[in-house]
Design a protein around this ligand. Structure first.
Ligand code: TRP
Ligand code: ZN
Length: 484
């Protein structure tokens, strides 16, 4: 059975969850306790025992529709500093790290939670004071003393270690770090990043990152943003990277091992590709800048400081648009996939989903832009791509619409094809001029933040001046309508 959630209801639900770019405050946390205590058996006024503000025990999870426990309430991460030691990983399968999260409390916090997967934490400090912490499955509750207050950024430092399995089975929707004898890499979407870095694991809490990775000298560490320096000290080499623009946890690119770095040049951003063990150079990688320039005509300037491809000859189901350095398996190094991942840098990475149930916004836009590139490049025309996708979904669709994926099947082809068809139906309804204005406003108005389906509907209605709730309802929920 498919639930047809009207857009109005969806909009209200998303507004309630507060997911338009910053975290919801601790709505489920217990009320603050009074800052005074009463002495029983005396008529004296109760003495004020403390002027220290009392806070809440902020809850775990942001109440995401598909992953209710992802992310955490009560704070917003301002920046992330990672120091990672992967010098032993190919001998022991283990690594260690220190993550420093600068957090802005959204309410006074007595304690708060971070997501840490299976990582082993050995020390936590908050503002240079050692802090108590307790692990409950993948969540770690940290008890800062004194209370953290809004308006004052606190520095949370976590010392940890972890192991890298050799046998992770990837499919879309599962991720994490994995290794073999010459390569470690990680796939984070939607919930894999906590296999190697603790944090606030939800796309609404994005932050700039500084990442230092130490590896055996002779090996390479691949990460995104700018490669600012390299330091070799005898048997170990450290690579320093900076993502200066905010990144969602699931989009942080990462690999270590026998990688070949290919530095190329482009106007306005740093271009680095990395080829994993056994990966040959491919001509299509040389076309990434051309694709960026093509998309810039519709989306405005490329949003980030870097772009490139990290290609690994390992199976992990295709490609992932890791920010500024998309990750590809060798089979996925094909024009349409590369165009898709580059389009994601605007739609998905700069503008991220407010809730994982909005995943069609990422995949529908990237698929539509990919179709536009392929058409432009002399391949299948956009109209043919639309007709093929429609026919495919009519015959093999899952029986639900792109706006209502179940968590276990959130990367079903319906999310891609049905999402792109929804945009095509919007284009047919409001005309090319309005449609391309919506596209450009989408990536401008919500740049470096998170946005929801309701935000898109509101924007399209504003630009076109017409009511579009029914159109989005028809295409996003329930049975696939006829093509316009
Ligand atoms: N977002 C990816 C894309 O470009 C799909 C994806 C999601 C994925 N999770 C993954 C790919 C895990 C590989 C592994 O469409
Ligand atoms: Zn995609």
């Amino acid at each position: 059975m498919s639930s047809r959630a009207p857009i109005a209801v969806l909009a209200a639900a998303l507004a309630f969850s507060g997911c338009t770019g910053s975290d919801a405050p601790g709505t489920t946390a217990p009320a603050a306790t009074a800052g005074t205590s009463t002495t029983v058996g005396t008529t004296e006024p109760p003495p004020v025992t403390s002027t220290i503000p009392q806070g809440v025990h902020a809850g775990e999870g942001l109440g995401d529709t598909l992953f209710p426990k992802a992310g955490n309430e009560g704070y917003d991460v301002q920046s992330v500093d990672l120091e990672l030691d992967f010098t032993e990983v190919f001998e022991t399968g283990r690594f260690s790290g220190v993550v420093t999260l600068r957090i802005d409390p959204l309410v006074a916090l007595d304690s708060f939670v971070i997501d840490a997967g299976d990582l082993s934490l050995s020390d936590v400090s908050v503002d240079d004071e050692s802090a108590a912490f307790a692990t409950d499955s993948s969540q770690v509750r940290i008890d800062p003393v004194p209370v953290l207050v809004p308006g004052t950024v606190s520095v949370v430092r976590v010392v940890y270690s972890g192991s890298v399995p050799t046998d992770r089975a990837f499919r879309p929707g599962t991720g994490g770090i994995v290794r073999d004898e010459s390569l470690v890499f990680s796939i984070g979407e939607p919930e894999g990043s906590t296999t190697w870095m603790p944090g606030n694991d939800h796309p609404t809490d994005k932050a700039p990152y500084a990442i230092a990775v130490t590896v055996p000298t002779g090996m390479e560490a691949a990460a995104g943003g700018l490669l600012v320096s390299t330091l070799t000290e005898g048997p170990s080499t450290t690579f320093f990277f900076e993502h200066r623009l905010p990144v969602a946890t699931y989009l942080v690119p990462f690999a270590v091992g026998e990688l070949t770095r290919v530095d190329r040049s482009a106007e306005g951003y740093a271009w680095r590709d990395y080829l994993g063990p056994g990966v040959a150079e491919a001509a299509v990688l040389g076309r990434q800048d051309e694709m960026i320039r093509y998309f810039e005509q519709f989306l405005g300037p490329y949003p980030f400081e870097a772009n490139g491809a990290l290609v690994v000859d390992r199976d992990f189901w295709g490609a992932l648009e890791t920010q500024t350095l998309s990750t590809y398996e060798t089979n996925a190094v094909r024009g349409f996939v590369v165009a898709h991942e580059i389009a994601h840098q605007w739609v998905g990475n700069s503008v991220s989903v407010a809730d994982w149930s909005d995943i069609w916004l990422n995949e529908g836009f990237a698929t539509y832009l990919q179709w536009m590139w392929v058409d432009h490049d002399g391949g299948v025309s956009l109209d043919e791509a639309v007709a093929e996708a429609h026919a495919r979904m009519r015959s093999t669709g899952p029986g639900w619409g792109p706006g209502e994926p179940p968590a276990a099947d959130m990367f079903n082809r319906m999310v891609y094809d049905g999402g792109a068809l929804t945009l095509h139906a919007l284009r047919a309804e409001i005309g090319d001029e309005s449609f391309f204005e919506v596209l450009e406003r989408w990536v401008t108005d919500f740049a470096f933040s998170s946005a929801s389906t309701a935000d898109l509907v509101a924007l399209a209605e504003e630009v076109s001046g017409s009511g579009l709730g029914d159109l989005f309802d028809d295409w996003l929920f329930g049975d696939l309508p006829d093509l316009p």
